[in-house]
Design a protein around this ligand. Structure first.
Ligand code: ZN
Length: 304
């Protein structure tokens, strides 16, 4: 199994177009300690020429163009991308689907709640139906292994996480959606190797830790360093936890929660532009590395 990180930042990217925080300024000044990043996007293959995308970021077109493996065969129309697996209906996880609308047949895997948001009230996504055959929406039941594209060799299991549906979902629809399907983590497995992908980890219970502990590689929510990080910069608004992202530092933070784990290989992804770990000279960056964590960057690759 081969996994490529095409994008590693949280929504807004790094730098974010309207942000003048210390980190974003550092990137604009081309300071070598801060590397720009596109919004979180992962692609995965078992080496058979077909790729699956984990989520579909707003930067997807640029990310595909930057990845030679995802180019069509010269002289032909088509794409090695055969499917997309969604972890939520968050804007940053689904907008990229619209980049895939150029009459290319795909399978899109999600929970039924996420599929209903995209197909019942957001008619723009019907642009995907124009391909022949049309895009096929496939249901990911919670906790049950599903083989991607039938016999591709890749299997995927939706791990339920707490969390809420995005703010943009209208109230009448929200009231009919299964509450446990708003946000999931994904276990992607092939030939005895497992990857756990969870760019958001809402909820207090951390039952997902069992899934992470039995995986070889875990790409985990590295959005914020501290719980009040965004509040301090914006002067108000929601804390990290209220936004569905446990902070990396502090009591109950991910560093503390996973400190005893030697397995899996831990990589922080979906990193917000305000997060001090993005400054490679910072004490926070060093603390992550000392705790055994890697910090995702665009173009990073893993072979399992
Ligand atoms: Zn910023």
């Amino acid at each position: 199994m081969r996994l490529k990180v095409l994008g590693s930042a949280a929504g807004g990217g790094f730098p974010q177009w309207n942000c003048g925080c210390v980190n974003c300024v550092r990137v604009r000044e081309r300071n070598p300690s801060a590397e720009s990043r596109t919004q979180t996007q992962v692609a995965i293959t078992i080496g058979d020429g077909f790729w699956f995308l984990l989520n579909a970021s707003p930067d997807l077109r640029q990310q595909i163009l930057a990845t030679p493996e995802l180019a069509p065969i010269a002289g032909e129309r088509g794409s090695p991308i055969s499917g997309v697996v969604l972890t939520s209906a968050d804007v940053d996880a689904v907008v990229g689907l619209l980049h895939l609308r150029e009459f290319h047949p795909l399978r899109v895997y999600s929970t039924s709640g996420v599929r209903r948001i995209l197909t019942e009230t957001n008619s723009m996504f019907r642009a995907l139906d124009r391909s022949n055959p049309p895009v096929q929406w496939c249901c990911l039941p919670l906790g049950k292994e599903v083989h991607l594209n039938g016999d591709s060799g890749l299997a995927c299991t939706a791990v339920p996480l707490a969390g809420t549906y995005p703010d943009y979902v209208n109230e009448p629809l929200r009231g009919t959606l299964p509450p446990g399907e708003a946000t999931i983590g994904l276990v992607v497995a092939c030939h005895g190797k497992k990857v756990f992908f969870a760019p958001a980890l809402p909820g207090e219970t951390m039952t997902w830790k069992a899934q992470a502990a039995t995986s070889d590689l875990a790409l985990l929510d590295g959005t914020f360093w501290s719980n009040d990080e965004l509040v301090a910069i914006r002067g108000g608004g929601k804390s990290a936890r209220e936004m569905g992202h446990p902070p990396l530092s502090g009591g109950g933070g991910l560093l503390e929660e996973l400190r005893w784990e030697t397995r899996p290989r831990k990589v922080a992804i979906h990193i917000n532009n305000t997060n001090p770990i993005l400054d490679e000279d910072s004490a926070e960056h060093r603390e992550m590395r000392d705790a055994g964590w890697e910090i995702a960057r665009d173009g990073m690759e893993f072979v399992l």
